[in-house]
Design a protein around this ligand. Structure first.
Ligand code: APR
Ligand code: ZN
Length: 374
């Protein structure tokens, strides 16, 4: 039953960094062994896609970007056992093979089959399924969602409930687990605590929601774009700081506001300087700093080790530490049971053809997440 047809469809191709995406006709090959071809229904534009387009994070180009997507299985390759045509899925930039040492460890989620740290832009078998104008086009993190059809490895897809609204749940594929997991799994925020969140975009907003849900009594939000403040307050931020308008470094202001620093600090921007500021904003003796932002390729984090010596903890996680194929369908169930309301994290919706407008919104406006519909 494995299909052999090539699908011709529309996709947004990033030919180079620092240029708009170009809507092109592309050819999508049939899925090979262990792979699945998907019709993408919705796709979120994430800060990481923006970093890639701005050339800060290096991935092989030309590529079809986008890694946060909801779709329907069109066909499956030989050997695929957990998915069938018609199933609803979320694409996973971090797979879960359930066989490697990290997947098998109860605490691990950084699957050895990941394609994040040094992205190959290829499927696990080392080849691409996309062609445009006769040229090979790379995948992104084994996902590539800014296209009507994509191919992903079975281990990089989460099968979700048939009742899931596809234009809403795509954010549960990256933004929500990354932010929620940072709080619930990585930091383990405690009731009554003080939190500081650097960056009030998509990830930062999900972090704020989760801090509030964890019973944090004070949540300080830090962003240079004050248009993000009203939404952040609505989600639970109690104090907003714009570092560009402060007379002192932001960490000193946080220290003054709290007396001893925040119990938990989160960095959701992706800059070295704000990572260090986040670390210095948490309580010296027991503060926990979680960095979720992806720093520019090749950068080095540096600070005086005496910042850690008194007892601070510096942590990070990918996809919030969730084992993706196990954990993400559960978040979708929580959403369907109205235990979490992630709709508030989606502020803009655009037809796929307007993807460049979506990137512009993310960079300049009061946008938390823009979802493209295909
Ligand atoms: N200081 C404070 N805030 C900043 C600064 C700065 N120097 N620079 C940017 N910001 C703010 C932006 O105004 C924006 O609100 O950081 C926020 C980033 O949000 P998004 O662009 O929506 O990105 P998001 O999807 O949340 O991802 C954030 O996490 O997963 C990583 O790679 C991702 O590094 C990115 C980060
Ligand atoms: Zn694995």
């Amino acid at each position: 039953k494995t299909p052999s047809n090539v699908i011709t469809c529309k996709a947004a191709v990033a030919w180079t960094a620092n240029a708009p995406l170009s809507i092109e006709e592309v050819q999508v090959d049939p899925p090979k062994a262990g792979e699945v071809r998907i019709k993408i229904i919705s796709a979120g534009i994430c800060g990481t896609d923006n970093h890639i387009l701005e050339g800060k994070n290096k991935v092989p180009l030309p590529a079809i970007l986008g890694h946060e997507g909801a779709g329907i299985v069109e066909s499956v390759g030989p050997g695929v056992t957990t998915l069938k045509p018609g199933d609803k899925v979320l694409t996973l930039p971090l797979p879960e093979c359930r066989e490697c040492v990290y997947c098998l460890h109860p605490k691990g989620n950084f699957c050895k089959k990941e394609n994040i740290l040094s992205p190959t832009g290829l499927m696990l078998d080392g080849t691409s399924r996309f062609t445009c104008r006769g040229k090979k086009i790379y995948h992104l993190y084994g996902t590539s969602t800014f296209t009507e059809y994509t191919v992903a490895d079975e281990i990089a897809l989460a099968k979700i409930d048939d009742a899931a609204p596809m234009d809403k749940v795509c954010v549960l594929g990256c933004e929500v687990p990354t932010g929620f997991g940072a709080v619930f799994n990585t930091a383990q925020v405690t009731p009554g605590s003080t939190c500081v969140v650097f960056g009030l975009g998509g990830i930062g907003s999900a972090i704020v929601m989760a801090c509030k849900a964890s019973g944090a009594s004070r949540i300080i939000g830090v962003d240079i774009n004050e248009q993000k403040f009203p939404r952040a307050r609505a989600l639970g931020v109690t104090d907003c700081l714009n570092p560009n308008k402060l007379k002192k470094p932001v960490q000193e202001v946080v220290m003054e506001m709290t007396g001893i620093g925040a119990d938990f600090a989160f960095e959701a921007i992706g800059l070295i300087e704000t990572m260090v500021a986040a670390l210095k904003s948490c309580v010296m003796s027991y503060g926990v700093c979680v960095i979720m932002g992806v720093a520019p390729s090749g950068s080095q984090l540096s600070f005086d080790p005496a910042e850690l010596l008194p007892g601070r903890t510096l942590k990070s996680s990918v996809m919030g530490g969730y084992k993706t194929r196990d954990g993400i369908p559960k978040l979708v169930t929580d959403y369907l049971q109205k235990k979490i309301n992630t709709d508030v994290l989606i502020t803009h919706k655009l037809p796929f053809e307007k993807v460049n407008e979506g990137f512009k919104l993310l960079r300049e406006e009061n946008c938390i997440r823009c979802v493209l519909t295909l």
